[in-house]
Design a protein around this ligand. Structure first.
Ligand SMILES: Nc1ncnc2c1ncn2[C@@H]1O[C@H](COP(=O)(O)OP(=O)(O)OP(=O)(O)O)[C@@H](O)[C@H]1O
Ligand SMILES: [Mg+2]
Length: 319
């Protein structure tokens, strides 16, 4: 899709550990359109965070991007050096990390941390940066006088809103939010989602990474389902939820008793595979009640089933 803001093509990210090569992201392709909200949904360890880190080229060692492309705003990020990437991160790709506490410096006031981002990236003076920091705080519904607070003086929800304020300070075109509400209660989760919605309304694309299919269904217009380092199905939210094609997607959707209010996924029997030695076939086949013999040894190719609806499953291909 040429008008995409972000295009990930056949991306592979492996961790070279002492006990073997962990294929955390293995041949993942997806695109994000300007202004859309995409949900990346999958169990713990399915490679969601690794995918997000790879998009921003911040995969920690011993991880390495070993194949594929990331195109963002019509630039091939794989070609850019670290200095050029620093101009993209924050400025064009905002990041809300999985653990908000680690994103804030406990020894500096939130105002100081917000103002620094604005000062460094936008090249404005200290006074203007502080004024803008105050405006950003109000935008995330925190009174301006909290600029002088240290992170520990704020609640978990307020801290997460400050992390979001920092990540949107430079008005990035893409905001990647990695499990932004995992540690927060449902009310605060709704507030954070409302805030992300506002960011989207202002024109940004949101990539919400979550294990919670119900949350993704509520917020995203498109959903990509990840399993064991691969995307197994993706498409518009309505068809993914109303008519899931992949048995894993169906398992996820059916395990939420009331999709519109339940907040956690009940587990599907069995465990995800060891990514150091995944099956050459479909990685879900040992847990799949509908598995065919072909699923054991042959990897199902990602197939377009209708406009922008894709699935990697032999059941569908053999139908
Ligand atoms: N630094 C690392 N070294 C070795 N393996 C890693 C490292 N980081 C992640 N992995 C492995 O890569 C795989 C994907 O991990 P990742 O953190 O991307 O999953 P996730 O979907 O974000 O999970 P969660 O929902 O728990 O956050 C896992 O098998 C994990 O053990
Ligand atoms: Mg993660």
């Amino acid at each position: 899709m040429s008008n995409a803001l972000l295009e990930v093509v056949n991306l592979k990210v492996y961790f070279y550990t002492l006990s073997g090569v962990v294929r955390a992201v293995d041949d993942v392709s997806l695109s994000v359109l300007p202004g859309e909200w995409i949900g990346i949904v999958g169990e713990s360890g399915s490679g969601k965070s690794t995918l997000a880190y790879a998009i921003a080229k911040i995969v920690p060692p011993p991880g390495r991007i070993v194949g594929g492309k990331v195109k963002f705003m019509n630039r091939d990020l794989m070609e850019l050096n670290e200095e050029a990437m620093r101009g993209i991160r924050g400025r064009h790709i905002g990041f809300v990390f999985q653990d908000p506490l680690t994103s804030l410096d406990p020894l500096r006031t939130v105002g100081d941390q917000l103002a620094e981002v604005i000062q460094v990236h936008l090249g404005v003076g200290r006074e203007e940066a502080i004024r803008e920091a105050g405006e950003l705080l109000e935008l995330v519904n925190i009174p301006r006088d909290r600029l002088n607070y240290y992170p520990h003086q704020l609640s978990g929800g307020q801290r997460q809103r400050i992390v979001i304020a920092i990540s949107i300070a430079l008005r990035p075109e893409l905001l990647i939010a990695d499990e932004p509400t995992t540690a927060l209660d449902v009310i605060v989760q709704d507030q954070i989602m409302d805030l992300l919605k506002e960011v989207q309304m202002k024109g940004a694309s949101i990539m919400l990474i979550t294990h919670d299919v119900a949350l993704a269904a509520e917020m995203a217009n498109r959903i990509a389902i990840m399993y064991a380092g691969e995307i197994v199905e993706y498409g518009d939210t309505r068809s993914i939820i109303n008519a899931p094609l992949h048995p894993y997607t169906a398992g996820l959707v059916n395990s939420v008793p009331d999709l519109w209010s339940a907040k956690t996924i009940k587990s599907i029997p069995g465990f995800p595979p060891d990514l150091r030695n995944p099956s050459p076939g479909c990685r879900f086949h040992p847990r799949c009640r509908q598995a065919l013999s072909i699923c054991i040894n042959e990897r199902p190719p990602m197939t377009i089933v209708e406009h922008d609806r894709c699935i990697a499953c032999w059941l569908y291909l053999k139908r």
